[in-house]
Design a protein around this ligand. Structure first.
Ligand SMILES: [Zn+2]
Length: 331
């Protein structure tokens, strides 16, 4: 414990399907160094774990400091024992990542979902710093988030709390990538914006002329294409963006009514590309949410950008190991 309290530097890792980022982070949330590597997910879990270790070594070569613990966020579902139950991008099922990394590194490891890690980052060192009640909603290719209530991160019974992208906003609606239909993600996630745009262009090729001209053919239209066309004043893109705002607002109203946060932080690639969605969503939500739930709410943009994952994973590891005897996320 002496070392834990005198050495506040932790490692934060953000593990995705094609790349991994590792950073040494100090007790104030500052990145001392960051290293990025490619992950070879096609070669299986052992190879990806070796990639993670190589990436960590890259940090230590740049900054000769010890770290007392490691936090790692991964795009997938992680149980309370640090077993990755399912990570579709890496094609992992039931990989005991915590045990494997602890055996290699000889230091405590905390494994969490990547969006939960990013929420930790925004909460501890980003837009939500110092607050006890906030919700962070990341709108990227998928939609995820985290709920901090009364100063605690909500984890849920089996550690999947905060899957805000899969709240239903349209009964009988569009098919989601989860088993459900009508989810927020199925309308406002990046993949869904692309799908909706492709459908709209197929339905009315004349109106979609400009959007198609940006990428060549319908299948190549992405959420970023819609954003680009919107910037150029395209009418169909404008309609798609306005619809996206209404769908997001529908989800946000449910989130505000359910959790009554003081702050709603919006981040992720879709928000970064279309920051005007923040104001549009806030305006719509203010008219629809319960007055008592929204009167003290502030809505802001995420502050840490692409670094939220590594900073948050490090913050989580630090929290777990500095304040508890055992480094477990649920403590
Ligand atoms: Zn869903």
């Amino acid at each position: 414990m002496t070392q834990k309290t005198t050495n506040p530097i932790t490692l934060g890792v953000d593990l995705g399907g094609t790349k991994v980022k590792a950073a040494l982070v100090d007790a104030s949330g500052h990145i001392l160094t960051i290293h990025k590597c490619t992950t070879h997910s096609e070669k299986g879990a052992e190879r990806v774990i070796a990639d993670v270790l190589t990436c960590i070594d890259g940090c230590f070569k740049k900054v000769r400091q010890e770290a007392h613990a490691l936090g790692i966020g991964i795009a997938g579902q992680v149980d309370l024992k640090g077993i990755v139950r399912y990570a579709p991008n890496l094609k992992w099922q039931d990989v005991p990542l915590k045990d494997k990394l602890e055996a290699k590194l000889g230091k405590p490891v905390i494994v969490t979902n990547d969006v939960r890690a990013a929420t930790w980052g925004e909460w501890r060192y980003g837009s939500g710093k110092g607050l006890q009640d906030l919700v962070v909603l990341f709108v990227g290719t998928g939609i995820g988030g985290g709920v901090v209530s009364g100063g605690n991160m909500m984890v849920g019974c089996s550690n999947t709390g905060g899957e805000l992208g899969h709240i239903t906003i349209v009964s009988g609606g569009r098919k989601c990538r989860c088993p459900n239909i009508g989810c927020l993600e199925a309308y406002a996630g990046g993949w869904a914006i692309a799908e909706r745009a492709q459908e709209a262009v197929r339905e009315d090729p004349k109106a979609g002329q400009h959007i198609i001209s940006l990428v060549g053919d319908v299948e190549r239209i992405t959420a970023a294409t819609v954003g680009e066309a919107y910037r150029e004043g395209d009418q169909l893109a404008r309609q798609l963006v306005e619809e996206t705002g209404r769908y997001l607002a529908a989800g946000v109203v449910s989130i505000i009514n359910a959790f009554n946060p003081c702050l709603l932080v919006l981040g992720g690639g879709v928000i970064e590309g279309l920051p005007e969605l923040i104001q549009a969503v806030e305006k719509l939500a203010r008219n629809k949410a319960l007055k008592s739930a929204i009167e003290r709410l502030k809505v802001v943009k995420a502050a840490l950008g692409g670094s939220a994952g590594v900073i948050g994973a490090a913050a989580l590891a630090q929290h777990a190991c500095m304040h508890e005897n055992d480094c477990e996320e649920d403590k």
